[in-house]
Design a protein around this ligand. Structure first.
Ligand SMILES: C[S@@+](CC[C@H](N)C(=O)[O-])C[C@H]1O[C@@H](n2cnc3c(N)ncnc32)[C@H](O)[C@@H]1O
Length: 231
């Protein structure tokens, strides 16, 4: 194990990345399939005007897609620049975006019908990097009873963890990030899907698991997907 003395500054790195980006990306195929597809283990039910939180929305690539489904879309990001950019890009929703992190979601309790955290909930705050419990507590807090949680989390075999170092049980520091944004970021790294379920089962039930496993031209996109209901 190694000491946590790194000086990683997530706000600086992500803000720099999103400041450079002029176009909004397309929604992830997995998100489209979850909301629009019908599968033996999943027929997602949602109603028009239900409130959805896009936690760590990035460039906002899911915002218009979710809005077009009739959902009332809210979002958080970690810096004022990233939030302001989304406010500019999605003017009609600008009141719905806040600065926040997975361990401090800046919204009222029992507020959302759905919480989407697509590749974001496992990014740990450098000031409290081994407290994933706090993330679970926050996601639970802002969801209504029976609210839906939708998560994507990289598998240990994902390209993101290549050359990463274990810093504590269940936590790894990213090294040699292919996209050069995450070097030094501590992430909650799960051994398998049941370990994820274990972290959430105090507050959530009806777990549905799925998985993405592709090698995309040399990058291992290996992801756990989890859908659950708040108790
Ligand atoms: C891989 S990007 C995913 C963005 C978006 N969800 C998407 O699918 O395009 C990870 C995002 O997590 C955000 N992030 C970093 N640390 C975070 C934290 N502690 N809590 C919540 N989000 C965080 C970053 O700003 C970044 O936008």
């Amino acid at each position: 194990m190694i000491q946590n003395n790194n000086k990683y500054e997530p706000k600086k790195n992500w803000t720099k990345l999103f400041n450079k980006v002029n176009e909004i990306s397309y929604p992830a195929e997995g998100v489209i399939r979850i909301f629009k597809g019908k599968f033996p283990k999943l027929k997602l039910k949602f109603k028009k005007n239900q409130k959805i939180l896009d936690l760590g929305f990035g460039d906002g690539r899911h915002i218009l897609f979710l809005k077009n489904l009739g959902l009332n879309v809210f979002g958080t990001e970690i810096s004022s620049d990233i939030v302001d950019k989304a406010k500019k890009n999605f003017k009609s929703l600008s009141k719905n975006f806040n600065i926040g992190t997975s361990d401090k979601i800046n919204f009222k309790s029992n507020y959302f019908d759905i919480l989407l955290s697509w590749n974001s909930c496992y990014y740990m705050n450098p000031n409290d990097p081994f407290n994933f419990k706090k993330h679970v507590k926050e996601m639970n807090r802002v969801l209504k009873k029976n609210g839906l949680l939708i998560l994507s989390i990289p598998k240990k075999s994902s390209f993101i963890y290549k050359n990463s170092k274990k810093i504590k049980n269940g936590y790894r520091v990213i090294k040699d990030d292919y996209f050069k944004v995450r070097d030094g970021q501590i992430m909650r790294c799960f051994g398998n899907k049941l370990e994820i379920e274990k972290s959430f089962k105090k507050n959530f039930r009806n777990f549905i698991h799925s998985s993405i496993d592709i090698n995309w031209f040399g990058l291992d996109y290996h992801w756990h997907i989890l859908i659950a209901k708040k108790k």
